[in-house]
Structures are given as structure tokens and as C-alpha cells.
Design a binder for this molecule. Structure first.
Ligand SMILES: Cc1cc2nc3c(=O)[nH]c(=O)nc-3n(C[C@H](O)[C@H](O)[C@H](O)COP(=O)(O)OP(=O)(O)OC[C@H]3O[C@@H](n4cnc5c(N)ncnc54)[C@H](O)[C@@H]3O)c2cc1C
Length: 759
């Protein structure tokens, strides 16, 4: 991500965050005493204010008996502080007479009204329902206190809902802050001590990694693999993630319970504490549900600045997205059940009256849609029919947002509208940022090239893998960033969809300063260190180093990638140009190369996530701390080696050349050339029937084991136990392999980074 994009995102993020805290402030509420006085005044009939027109502000705000009774009520019950009494009076006028600028309430001072009232105050009428009052009265204090208590409790409940919703957001952001601090530590470490390695972890940190950070939730070792609950596929977060999720869910459930002041004298629901509870629980859960919304939108977006700030992977934010959505829906269900019970409690007619109100119908639509969205997002459908999941997700979430909007807009509930404003801003920001990225990176008008970016596409011979070679000479993607991925749109194949692919390898002329003679090639058969300008021929092994390029390796699945494969196949055996839009880069580099020993393990096309780290360690050895790099790659068939063989051999060759130069000419060699990186490459072709490679290649470091599977427990165990200093591991590959390596990393208590191709 380039710097200007990051800083503008950061500013926007801060703006959004400042908007976010607004609802956490106090709700705008009717002042309790003024509201209680007003409520009590409704039991009497004041001059000119007959029952029919009584409650109109015009009548109240021009009625001297009503205003006088209100002034007496406020001054008698509002404490001794005159200023406070005046404030309550002002609030009363603002609340009940806002559109009556010429009324007595707005033009006459409180003292004058009070003086008049005190002089002519009369006793309470015998029959309040029919007696017409010509002068002010003093409302009964007992009743007033009960009304004030009922009002206060009602207001408090709304405020609790808001506060507890905000508390749930604060908890999640507390976890984010921990992630940010951890990320800051790694960044400042690498800025200050580059290339000094992080020292080995103390035993207690290893223990925490062993039992808390690294392991899968249960001891069955299932994390990326799916577990099945009665036929429903589920994926468990890692143990650390599960603990965080548990605390978050427990807090959200727990906060539905405390602080309910239920009393039989409640003037809204007299003798009915059950109705009070149902209404309060309904309001609180509704507010807490809305409070989750911004997090749901933020964590599901691609341009989530928290990914950059915490250094956590998109996968982790998808876990957060799932759980905040679930908690949001859980609260919404509680809200619906509580309100349904509350309405039904007053009989069928009341129920029908309630449910004929448009605001309630929009709410019903929103809750139904949110449940459907959750069901459609279950792995059963998402994994087998991603298109259906994606389209239904977008359409249903859009309708859900409209439902939520009208549900609160019709209630004129400004506080809950705020959550919606924030959510929609986050969503819009993500969409605009995607568009800007696509335009910025792909429209090539400024360079005098054609309108859209073209990439070189071919199918790697003997395999089903598509390769895109992309010209990286554009700011933002022109220098190597291990671990990042891009989304691609292929207008000729599937215009309306974009899919993520990791940048599999970077080719930069600056990586090869030792090569001065064009056409010089290494001693390895398939490798061409310097070759003619970029053309992809039958063998697809040539590459140009005249400019920066990067490769994407795409293994076809059943959807868009299958169609893409067919389209590339049509280009012929040598491949050809294809119009492709690139959106990115997304993701970030894990601090793997800050450790003395880095172990990279790739399974199949998972080499896309490991090769860039290998390249970075080799070509940037002077600025990375790792001094021993172990590169393990497991594929099934011989031909699949060509996915990354060139890149690996180039790295080996670079190291061998560097050593040779250093040995021959100690004085002239540069810092990077003097690097003492030890590289162990172990490649396994599990279904091969071939014999060992020629001894020369083995001697240079290219060790391929044919027809055998590595014993990862033993192999990795040996590496970890014999490695001096700190060790970290990264894996990308099949889900089962990932879970196995996670278990091994937990056993040894070392840092583990995982790249998953699925969420
Ligand atoms: C961060 C990341 C990096 C990846 N890097 C690579 C790579 O370098 N090389 C490679 O071959 N594959 C990579 N993948 C996997 C690749 O994105 C999917 O295989 C591809 O999107 C499948 O498209 P499809 O329409 O053919 O899938 P389908 O046949 O419809 O589905 C196959 C599987 O891919 C998942 N999937 C489909 N579309 C998406 C999507 N847009 N986002 C996430 N998952 C999706 C589905 O849930 C399903 O499990 C990566 C995935 C992620 C998330």
C-alpha cells in the first residue's frame, strides 16, 4: 500500500472513529422532572385546553394555569438551586414548546409565571377527569415521584443500551489495540535494529504460545479444516481467537442482565413487572444490536485500516466479521422475541396494532433478512457455491440495511441512526477505495499504453496452473512485499467478480547486481538469469529482468477460475496477452524475517505465499535479520515443480554466486553480497516415480525427494530444536497440512504465521 494512500486512509479512519464515539455520549432525553410534571399534568383539564386539544403545544404553552402548575412543580421539586430550576424550566420550554416562539411560555420569564401561579394556586380538583381548572395547582408529590422514577428508569434503560453497546465495541477495540502494540513492536524493532534478530522467547512466552496462542481450539487439531455438526460445516477459530470471541460473546450476553429497576408502581406499566422487563430487554438488545453494525461492516471490508494497523490477516478479520454479525443477530433476535412477547401480552388486537406500524414491519424485514444472511454464509454453501453466497450476501445485506434504516428513521431515533451513518460511511469508503485502486493501478493512459492493463497469461506446461505475469512498474506494486495479494477482474471472462491471488514471485533487475553480461545464464538447466525481453514461449521458462514484474499462479476451481482457465487455454500453448484489472495490494508482510531462523513451508500452490519471503531473505539479506532460512515445499507431481523451480533456483544461484564473489574479492563485495544467509531447500514430490536429481544440483542446494512424503513432525522438530537463537514458521497449503503445522508450532512454542486461501 503506498504511503499517500495509507495516510489518507488513516485520516478517514480517524474521522470515522471520531464519529463512532459520538453515540457513546449521553442520549438526548426529556429532562426527567419536566417530563414527570408534564405527564402528571395530562391527568387534569386546564382552561382552554379541553381533553380533545389538551396535549397540543399551542394550548399548553399559552395556558397560564398549565404553565403555572408546571412552574410550581419544577420549583417545588427541583431542589434549592435556583439556577438548576431555571435550567429545568428552560429545558421544559425547549422540549414542549419548541415551535411556539410567540407563546406565553417562550416570552414570559419563569419568575413572572411562578409569581402569578403562587398567588392564585387552587386545591386539587375532586374530579380531575371532568373539572375544568381556571388556576394553577400543585401536583401530588407522591405521584410525581413515581412518575419521575418511572421516567428516569425508562431513560436509564435507553442509556444503558447505548453504553453497553459502546462497551462491547470498546472491548473489541481493546483487543485491536493489543494487536496494534504488537505490530508497533515488530515495526519499531525492525526500524531500530535492522537487521538484528529478535531474541529467542523466554520459557513463559513459549508456554503461552504452546497452550494459548498457537493451538487449535480443541485438541483434535481442527482449525482450517472443517468440522461438522449434524451435517452443518463449521470452522473453529484458533484457541486465542476463540478466547477473545468467548469474552466478547459472554460480555454481550452478560450485559443484557444487570440494572433493571422493576417496581409495581411504575406509572407506564403499573402492576406489570414482566411487561417492564420485556420492554427494557427489548430496547437494550435492540440498541446493542445496532452498536455491532459498524464493526460488522468494517471487519468485512477489504480496505479495513485495522488490518494495516494491527498486522493481522484478513482471515482474522473475517473471523471478527462473522462473530460480530452473529452477536448482532443474536441481539436482534432477543429484541424481536422481547417485543413480540410484549405486544402479545396485551392481547391479539394490540399485537396487530403494533405490527401494522411501518417502523415495526421494516424491523421485521431486517431481522428476517439478517437470519437468512447468516444461514447463507454457512460453509456448506459458501464453499460449494461461492457465487450464490456472494450475490445473496450483497443483495440481502443491502435490503437489510434499508430495513434497519427505516426501522429507526421512522422512530426518529437519532442515536441509533448514528450507528447506521457510520456503517454506511465505512461501506462506502471501502467501495470507493476499491474503485480508486482499480483505476489508479490499471488505467494506463498516462503511460501512453492502451486503456487497460494487459498481462501475459499462459498455462504452465504439464500442469493445470495459470500464470499471469504482470508489469509491476507502477508505484505501489513495484517493490517486493512478501505476503501480499491482489484481487483480479478479468473483463473478458467474469467482469463482475474479483478473486484474490497471492503475488507468487517478484522479478526485479535490482535483485541481480552481480549479473553484468546479458545472456549469462546459471548452471541450472531450466533457469535463465538474464534473457531476452518478456515473451512466454512453450516452455514458459523465459523471463525478462529488464523491468519489474510479478507473477500470479492460479489453480482453477469450479467457478470464475475454471472459466479463466478455458480462456487462457484458447490463447494457445505459448499463452498471450489478456486484459486484467488488478486491485491491491492487500495483506502485509509477516515479521518472519526478523527471526534468526525462518522456516517456510508450502504445500502445492501454497508456494505463492512462501517464495516471496525466500526472495526477500536472499536478495535483501543485508536488511533482514534471518541468517538461516529453511524452505520446504511439497507438491504431488513432477511438472508442478515448474511453478516455483526457477525462482528457487535463482535464489540458490544468487547465494552461491554471492559466496563466490565474497571469497574471490573480499574488498569489492558489497554488504549485501557478503550476506551469510544459509539456505536449506527441501522439496518433496510425493507421487513421483523419478530418481534423485543430479548430484551437482544437490550440491548447490536443490534437494528434491521423489515419491516420498516428508515426516513433518520429525523434520520440523529437528530444525527447531537444533536452530540457534529465535525461530519462526510460516505455512501456506492444504488445510490439513496447515493444521498439522500449527500443532507442531504449538508443541515447540514458536511464532507461527499462516496464510489461508479460504475463509
Ligand atoms: C488471500 C488469498 C490468497 C489466495 N491466493 C491464491 C493463489 O495464489 N493461487 C490460487 O490458486 N488460489 C489462491 N487463492 C484461492 C482463490 O482465491 C480461489 O481458489 C478462487 O477465488 C476460486 O474462484 P472460483 O470462482 O473458481 O471458486 P469456486 O469453485 O466457486 O470455489 C472454490 C473455493 O474458493 C473459495 N472462493 C471462491 N471465490 C472466492 C473469493 N472471491 N474469495 C475467497 N474465497 C473464494 C470458495 O469458498 C471455495 O472454497 C487465494 C485465496 C485467498 C483468500
Amino acid at each position: 500500500m503506498n504511503r499517500s494512500f495509507r495516510s489518507s486512509s488513516l485520516i478517514l479512519f480517524q474521522l470515522v472513529l471520531s464519529l463512532w464515539v459520538l453515540p457513546i455520549s449521553a442520549r438526548t432525553q426529556t429532562p426527567p422532572l419536566a417530563a414527570a410534571c408534564e405527564t402528571l399534568s395530562e391527568r387534569y383539564i386546564f382552561t382552554n385546553c379541553t381533553l380533545g386539544v389538551y396535549a397540543t403545544p399551542h394550548c399548553q404553552c399559552n395556558s397560564s394555569p398549565w404553565l403555572g402548575s408546571m412552574a410550581l412543580c419544577i420549583t417545588d421539586n427541583g431542589g434549592d438551586d435556583l439556577e438548576e430550576q431555571q435550567q429545568t424550566w428552560n429545558l421544559m420550554v425547549q422540549t414542549f414548546c419548541p415551535r411556539q416562539p410567540d407563546s406565553i411560555a417562550s416570552t414570559m420569564p419563569m419568575e413572572a409565571i411562578l409569581l402569578n401561579a403562587t398567588q392564585f394556586v387552587v386545591a386539587l380538583p375532586d374530579n380531575p377527569a371532568t373539572d375544568n381548572l381556571q388556576a394553577s395547582i400543585r401536583f401530588p408529590v407522591d405521584e410525581l415521584n413515581l412518575i419521575a422514577r418511572s421516567n428516569r428508569e425508562f431513560n436509564n434503560q435507553l442509556q444503558y443500551g447505548l453504553n453497553y453497546g459502546a462497551a462491547s465495541c470498546a472491548l473489541v477495540f481493546g483487543f485491536m489495540v493489543l494487536g496494534m502494540l504488537n505490530n508497533l513492536f515488530h515495526h519499531s524493532f525492525s526500524w531500530r535494529y535492522r537487521p538484528k534478530p529478535i531474541s529467542a522467547s523466554s520459557p513463559w512466552i513459549q508456554t503461552i504460545r504452546r497452550y494459548v496462542i498457537n493451538p487449535t481450539l480443541f485438541t483434535d487439531g481442527v482449525h482450517l479444516q472443517n468440522a461438522s455438526w449434524f451435517g452443518v460445516l463449521v470452522s473453529y477459530p484458533s484457541r486465542l481467537e476463540s478466547i477473545v470471541v468467548f469474552i466478547y460473546v459472554a460480555l454481550n450476553i452478560g450485559l443484557l442482565f444487570p440494572h433493571y429497576d422493576l417496581f409495581v408502581e411504575n406509572t407506564f406499566w403499573p402492576n406489570d413487572t414482566a411487561a417492564q422487563l420485556a420492554r427494557y430487554v427489548g430496547d437494550r438488545s435492540g440498541e446493542m444490536s445496532f452498536a455491532q453494525l459498524p464493526m460488522v461492516y468494517l471487519f468485512g471490508g477489504r480496505n479495513n485500516i485495522l488490518i494495516w494497523l494491527t498486522g493481522w490477516s484478513y482471515d482474522r478479520f473475517i473471523v471478527a466479521h462473522k462473530w460480530t454479525s452473529r452477536v448482532m443477530v443474536l441481539h436482534a433476535i432477543v429484541h424481536t422475541v422481547a417485543y413480540t412477547w410484549y405486544c402479545a401480552h396485551y392481547g391479539f388486537e394490540m399485537f396487530i396494532t403494533f405490527f401494522s406500524d411501518p417502523y415495526l414491519l421494516w424491523g421485521v424485514l431486517a431481522i428476517v433478512l439478517s437470519v437468512v444472511v447468516l444461514l447463507f454464509a454457512l460453509p456448506n454453501l459458501r464453499r460449494s457455491c461461492y457465487d450464490l453466497f456472494l450475490y445473496s450476501h450483497i443483495v440481502l445485506v443491502l435490503l437489510f440495511t434499508v430495513g434497519c434504516w427505516y426501522h429507526v428513521a421512522l422512530l426518529e431515533d437519532e442515536e441509533n441512526m448514528m450507528w447506521l451513518y457510520i456503517s454506511i460511511s465505512i461501506w462506502s469508503f471501502d467501495r470507493v477505495a476499491r474503485l480508486v485502486r482499480v483505476i489508479y493501478y490499471n488505467i494506463m493512459l498516462a503511460t501512453g499504453q492502451r486503456g487497460l492493463r494487459t498481462v501475459k497469461a499462459d498455462i504452465i506446461p504439464g500442469t493445470d496452473c495459470i500464470r499471469f505475469r504482470v508489469d509491476a512498474n507502477k508505484y505501489g506494486l513495484s517493490h517486493r512485499m512478501p505476503g501480499v495479494f491482489v484481487y483480479i477482474y478479468v473483463p473478458g471472462v467474469y467482469f463482475w467478480q474479483s478473486h484474490p491471488f497471492t503475488i507468487a514471485s517478484w522479478h526485479q533487475p535490482s535483485d541481480h547486481p552481480l549479473i553484468t553480461t546479458p545472456g549469462t545464464s546459471s548452471s541450472y538447466g531450466t533457469m535463465a538469469i538474464a534473457s531476452p525481453p518478456l515473451t512466454i514461449n512453450k516452455s514458459s521458462t523465459h523471463r525478462s529482468l529488464s523491468g519489474n514484474t510479478f507473477d500470479l499462479l492460479i489453480r482453477p476451481q469450479q467457478g470464475m477460475t475454471k472459466k479463466l482457465y478455458q480462456a487462457v487455454e484458447k490463447l494457445g500453448p505459448g499463452g498471450g496477452d489478456m486484459e486484467v484489472l488488478i486491485e491491491g495490494p492487500y495483506g502485509h508482510t509477516h515479521p518472519l524475517l526478523q527471526y534468526d531462523t525462518a522456516i517456510l513451508i508450502g504445500g502445492g500452490v501454497g508456494c505463492t505465499a512462501t517464495v516471496p519471503y525466500l526472495q526477500e531473505a536472499v536478495y535483501n539479506a543485508n536488511v533482514t535479520a534471518t541468517r538461516h532460512l529453511i524452505f520446504i515445499w511439497v507438491v504431488q507431481y513432477d511438472d508442478q515443480l515448474s511453478w516455483a523451480q526457477d525462482d528457487i533456483e535463482e535464489c540458490l544461484d544468487h547465494i552461491n554466486r554471492t559466496r563466490a564473489v565474497s571469497a574471490n574479492d573480499e574488498a569489492e563485495s558489497t554488504a549485501s553480497e557478503k550476506s551469510s544467509l544459509a539456505l536449506d531447500v527441501a522439496v518433496y514430490v510425493t507421487r513421483s516415480t523419478r530418481q534423485l536429481d543430479d548430484p551437482k544440483k544437490q550440491q548447490e542446494g536443490w534437494n528434491v525427494a521423489y515419491g516420498t512424503r516428508p515426516d513433518l513432525d520429525k523434520l520440523l522438530g529437528q530444525y527447531v530444536e537444533t536452530a540457534p537463537g529465535s525461530v519462526a514458521m510460516l505455512h501456506c497449503g492444504p488445510d490439513r497440512m496447515s493444521d498439522q503445522i500449527r500443532r507442531i508450532s504449538a508443541l515447540h512454542g514458536i511464532p507461527y504465521f499462516e496464510e489461508a486461501f479460504n475463509w
